[in-house]
Design a protein around this ligand. Structure first.
Ligand code: XCC
Ligand code: SF4
Length: 627
């Protein structure tokens, strides 16, 4: 395993665009995440094992199991310390997704009240469908429907709501299991808050109980906050349909004003996109000597625009610093999550403006604009005009856009997938039964500088599609797949003959892009639809998930809600739980007996591919299908 954790300092190892820009940054005297990782290495072994605790000032404590320091000052042992740390880790991720979801619900409410002109309802039919699903009045004035749906979801964030609106989507057997285990989430805000309470010194001292509450917390994200984020984003900005665009740093244009939107919420990025097509603003760009304003995405807000608007994606998490190093970026517009604080300093070494937009995410040294549903249209124009000003200061001698962009296809919402199949999951189920598609794996999540960028995503995915396993991708894994030619129908040549044939017939890639990280809720919903159609629980389906290069608290929440929903999940790096053999064994096997799924931790993507393939074969056999 060790070789995977060595910070790589040899740029020739990296994909072309990455290696060449790391070299450029070095020659310009800039430190990047890889350099900072090298300085942090070796990292604290106690923290890595989950055995350090700083939850009170009797500590901090470091637990050494088996020695005379096997308890913290309060008496917490290794199992409890690991469980408390992991619980808080998952709560952090759940809170981030769900608070993002809340922002969308708030915009929907403002639309319903008629108090924003910047936003409107793009998918009325979906809003009415949601109203019907929630048992609300679906007909009549669309603003009224928006308001009641928003109020219903606000209730889900509270403690005394009627029960999460989206739980109606969970297959019956899974709901009964959750009820039996007290895993059914009671409120989107309640569960992470209760986790903070339980992990205060002297509250929940049972490691298993804490792990179960961690699962409940993650479910409040997956079937609550994230699902609200996805569904309401579709209502406001449109439900994605398939379209083509390009990815990688080559989407930056030498002759244009380049604005990168970074973060997660479409609430800001959609407004920037709208402002960039305003004729008055385009005239200013021309005056500045640019041939136009080019908007491209980073990370998940980039995925949101890619899904709905076919806006090019410049890169993923580990590309964010490097985009600035191209010297061709006028402005980075950030909302929240996964935005490295280093971007402010790196921007200052160029002509790049680093703009923050959320009152929740302050970055000292940034240009600050606080977007609200009321001022968003106006502020977006100001931000774009400032970027045009910055274009005049660009130093052409420092510009290096090292690659040509690669074509990708995106926009595979569940509505689009099922719509293409005639509105029912039956053709997909028939394809699974026939073995044309042996199963499906969601390959999702981040990059991590401890791993060679994108390699785990791509290697694992190629292993899977070779075995006729369809891959669904979200988040930062997306640009990795795009660069590897897996997000176009021609990518079928990298798949097994059965899957390839299906892709050619339908004109689809072997890897379907289904959105950002909150959009993993689309995968949950699709699994639920398939399970219901076959008449089984989700855990019986030949499906799995994988986060091969994950780094964030949010990824841990996603992995846990997938497992708690019955989807076995592979992680390329272990979570910080190895200090407790009991919790580690619960995670990688014990959970199978509790929720019918567990984690697989395997840093080698080829081996991981074999393990997931074996998992899918076993599920197929259990359903009476060929392996
Ligand atoms: Fe962040 Fe979502 Fe991870 Fe990418 S994949 S590094 S969480 S931007 Ni979500
Ligand atoms: Fe130490 Fe216990 Fe305080 Fe943690 S909560 S720092 S283990 S005394």
């Amino acid at each position: 395993m060790d070789e995977f954790f060595k910070p790589a300092l040899d740029c020739s190892m990296w994909p072309e665009e990455t290696g060449c820009l790391i070299d450029k940054a070095r020659s310009e005297g800039l430190a990047l995440a890889w350099d900072r990782l090298a300085k942090q290495t070796p990292q604290c072994n106690f923290c890595e094992m989950g055995l350090s605790c700083a939850k009170c000032v009797m500590g901090p404590c470091r637990i050494i199991p088996g020695l005379d320091r096997n308890q913290g000052v309060c008496g917490a042992d290794a199992d409890l310390t690991v469980a408390r740390n992991f619980g808080r880790f998952v709560a952090g991720g759940s809170a981030a997704h769900s608070d993002h979801g809340r922002d969308l619900v708030e915009v929907l409410y403002e639309i319903g009240c008629g108090s924003t002109s910047a936003y409107s309802i793009r998918d009325e039919a979906k809003l009415r469908r949601l109203a019907e699903e929630f048992g609300l009045k679906k007909d009549g004035d669309i603003k009224q429907v928006a308001k009641t749906v928003a109020e219903r979801l606000f209730a889900d964030y509270s403690t005394h709501g009627p029960g999460l609106a989206f739980l109606g989507r969970v297959p019956k057997a899974r709901r009964e299991l959750w009820d039996k285990l007290s895993l059914t989430p009671r409120g989107i805000d309640r569960e992470p808050v209760e986790m903070l309470h339980r992990t205060h010194m002297g509250v929940d001292c049972d490691p298993v109980s804490l792990c179960l509450h961690a699962a409940r917390t993650s479910l409040s994200d997956g079937w609550g906050g994230s699902m609200a984020g996805t569904e309401i984003s579709d209502v406001i900005f449109g439900t994605p349909t398939p379209g083509k665009t390009k990815v990688n740093l080559g989407v930056l244009k030498k002759d244009m004003v380049n604005i990168l939107v970074h973060g997660h919420s479409p609430v800001v990025s959609e407004m920037i996109l709208a402002a960039a097509s305003d004729p008055a603003i385009l005239a200013e760009a021309t005056k500045a000597g640019a041939s136009g304003v080019n908007i491209a995405g980073l990370c998940c807000t980039g995925n949101e625009l890619l899904m709905r608007r076919s806006i090019p994606l410049a890169g993923n998490h580990m590309m964010t610093e490097l985009t600035i190093v191209t010297g061709a970026v006028e402005t980075i517009v950030a909302d929240y999550q996964c935005i490295m604080p280093s971007l402010v300093n790196i921007s200052q070494c160029y002509h790049t403006k680093f703009v923050t937009t959320s009152d929740k995410a302050h970055f000292p040294g940034a240009d600050t604009y606080h977007f609200t549903p009321h001022n968003a249209g106006e502020l977006a124009k100001q931000v774009v005009l400032k970027a045009i000003e910055a274009f005049k200061k660009r130093d052409p001698s420092r510009v290096n856009i090292p690659v040509e962009p690669v074509e990708v296809m995106s926009g595979f919402s569940n509505e689009a997938i099922l719509g293409a199949l005639g509105g029912t999951p039956t053709p997909l189920i028939e394809a699974i039964k026939a073995g044309t598609v042996r199963g499906a794996v969601g390959v999702v999540g981040c990059n991590n500088p401890k791993l060679k960028q994108d390699e785990q995503h791509v290697t694992l995915t190629r292993e899977l599609i070779k075995k006729d396993i369809l891959v669904l991708v979200t988040g930062c894994a997306t640009s990795a797949m795009g660069k590897a030619g897996l997000l176009v129908p021609e990518g079928a040549s990298q798949a097994g003959s059965n899957l390839a044939g299906l892709c050619r017939t339908l004109g689809i890639p072997p890897v379907l892009h289904v959105g950002s990280c909150v959009d993993n809720s689309r995968i949950l919903q699709l699994c639920a639809v398939l399970a219901d159609a076959i008449g089984v629980d989700i855990s019986a389906l030949p499906v799995a998930a994988s986060a091969p290069e994950w780094y964030s608290e949010k990824a841990a929440a996603i992995g846990l809600y997938a497992v708690a929903s019955g989807i076995t999940t592979h992680l390329g790096l272990p979570p910080m739980i190895l200090g407790s053999p009991a919790i580690t064994s619960l995670a990688v096997s014990g959970l199978n007996d509790v929720v019918g799924a567990a984690f697989i931790v395997e840093p080698d993507p080829v081996k991981a591919g074999k393990l997931l393939d074996g998992h899918i074969s076993r599920k197929r056999l259990a359903l009476g299908l060929s392996a």
